[in-house]
Design a protein around this ligand. Structure first.
Ligand SMILES: Nc1ncnc2c1ncn2[C@@H]1O[C@H](COP(=O)(O)OP(=O)(O)OP(=O)(O)O)[C@@H](O)[C@H]1O
Ligand SMILES: [Mg+2]
Length: 427
């Protein structure tokens, strides 16, 4: 022992410690005399460690509770019930999506309970197909509102291969990161919806005659890496990408991808395949009952990965989208219901607007039918419904506010078909 070693009083435990080495009293300030002995530091360290462990346990319990609560709230039948309030028909798609969401939460719970488990539950990304204006984007945006996990929609048609003018595919993950309020771990369990996915089909697919392909296959290759699970790096919004810019890293392994698009013309590819198979069955004989041309809905529900490949999606991507979800055309009956039934139905919206001018707005039954028929002629599904009503409503919305009187306005079929004036009565 060094007899010249100084004796220091620990400011914490007040013991006198002979400081043979600097480790006996690791913290010592000769000017103020403040010191902490090695024992006290060890105790404090253990205390903090215990506290940290308690805190981790508490946080884990909280996360598990939150997942359990969500699992109860988003049971498939409940998600479908919610979607039913806004989206008419498309029951099959609603079922597929609500099960996909439920399974995503179950995977999350499993992964949370078995962090090191090698028997992980694989995720099942979804591809949605259906004609224009049939509710694909609407379905997903209502789902997003219902869920408590981050959800971001990115238009795939705006994405380009790195180096081309346009947004890199990382934008999809960046959008999710902002939807998750910049919380990386929440973001890593979120859902990305890539809309207009058919727009990045290879141009040399069977549906296209143009041979030039401005980087679409490159976009698909880049997306493939994301779908497979990859650490994606991107810069914060508004920051230019340059070598020194700080980047944010997100692992996409547990992100659920849903992609959707109209895939215009895919029914022809399906019809061709079915026709070929039919011909094979009877050595070219006409199969009974197949003389009639199958309609669009019948065909679209039979989409196979092979058809998507022919359309111009690379096989590796199709392999990563195991669930094919198809939506059908909306017939007149469905369009009539869309006009009046959903919580945000166009008729309800105009009625609310007019109510603010003391007007009771009514649509004759045949007026609604006329709107639906016009929409069918335009071949854009439910998309044109609001526009058709808007054309008729413009004059009335301009004229009505000129008086405060209580009135009733009735829209007739003539208003829709021939631009006749609506009936206005004072009440
Ligand atoms: N089944 C439906 N039920 C209720 N509203 C619908 C339905 N389908 C479409 N709509 C309404 O029609 C409009 C257009 O629908 P949406 O944007 O979902 O079409 P889409 O299928 O994504 O078409 P596209 O392939 O052209 O993008 C939306 O305002 C939506 O509210
Ligand atoms: Mg859409």
């Amino acid at each position: 022992m060094n007899s010249n070693a100084p004796t220091i009083t620990c400011s914490f435990c007040k013991r006198k410690v002979v400081a043979n080495t600097q480790y006996d009293v690791p913290i010592y300030d000769p000017r103020s005399g403040f010191s902490l002995c090695a024992n006290c530091i060890k105790d404090i360290y253990h205390l903090i460690e215990d506290h940290q462990q308690d805190e981790n346990i508490r946080q884990n319990e909280e996360t598990e509770q939150a997942i359990n609560d969500e699992l109860t709230r988003i049971k498939p039948h409940l998600v479908k019930e919610y979607l039913d309030q806004y989206i008419i028909n498309q029951d099959h798609a609603k079922k597929v999506l609500s099960v996909a969401i439920y399974n995503h939460y179950k995977r999350m719970k499993y992964g949370f309970k078995h962090p090191e488990g090698d028997e992980e539950i694989e995720k099942s990304n979804v591809i949605i197909l259906g004609p224009s204006g049939c509710g694909k984007t609407a379905l997903l945006s209502h789902l997003a509102r219902m869920l408590d996990i981050p959800f971001a929609v990115t238009d795939a048609s705006s994405l380009t291969e790195a180096g081309f003018v346009g947004a890199d595919v990382e934008v999809a993950v960046r959008n999710l990161y902002y939807a998750a309020d910049k919380d990386i771990s929440r973001c890593e369990h979120g859902i990305i919806y890539l809309d207009e996915f058919d727009k990045i089909a290879r141009k040399s697919g069977e549906n296209n005659t143009i041979t030039a392909d401005p980087g679409h296959e490159g976009v698909q290759q880049a997306l493939l890496k994301m779908l497979e699970g990859n650490v994606v790096e991107f810069t914060a919004r508004g920051q230019r990408k340059h070598p020194e810019a700080p980047t944010i890293k997100v692992d996409t392994k547990n992100i659920l991808f849903i992609v959707g698009g109209a895939f215009v013309g895919i029914e022809k590819i399906i019809a061709k395949r079915i026709h070929k198979n039919d011909a094979n069955i009877g050595f070219g004989a006409q199969v009974e009952g197949k003389g009639e041309k199958p309609d669009f809905d019948e065909l679209i529900h039979q989409t196979t990965p092979e058809d998507l490949m022919k359309f111009g999606i690379i096989p590796e991507i199709i392999g990563r989208l195991p669930i094919i979800c198809t939506l059908e055309n909306l017939d007149e009956d469905a369009l009539l219901r869309i006009l009046t039934e959903p919580k945000n139905a166009p008729v309800k919206q105009y009625q609310k607007l007019m109510e603010m001018d003391n007007v009771q707005l009514e649509f004759d039954k045949d007026a609604l039918q006329a709107v639906a028929q016009k929409a069918i002629e335009r071949k854009t599904g439910a998309r044109s419904l609001k526009g058709i009503i808007e054309d008729t409503m413009l004059n009335i919305m301009f004229d009505i506010p000129q008086s405060d009187a209580n009135r009733k306005v009735t829209i007739t079929a003539d208003c829709i078909n021939d631009g006749a004036d609506p009936l206005i009565e004072e009440i």
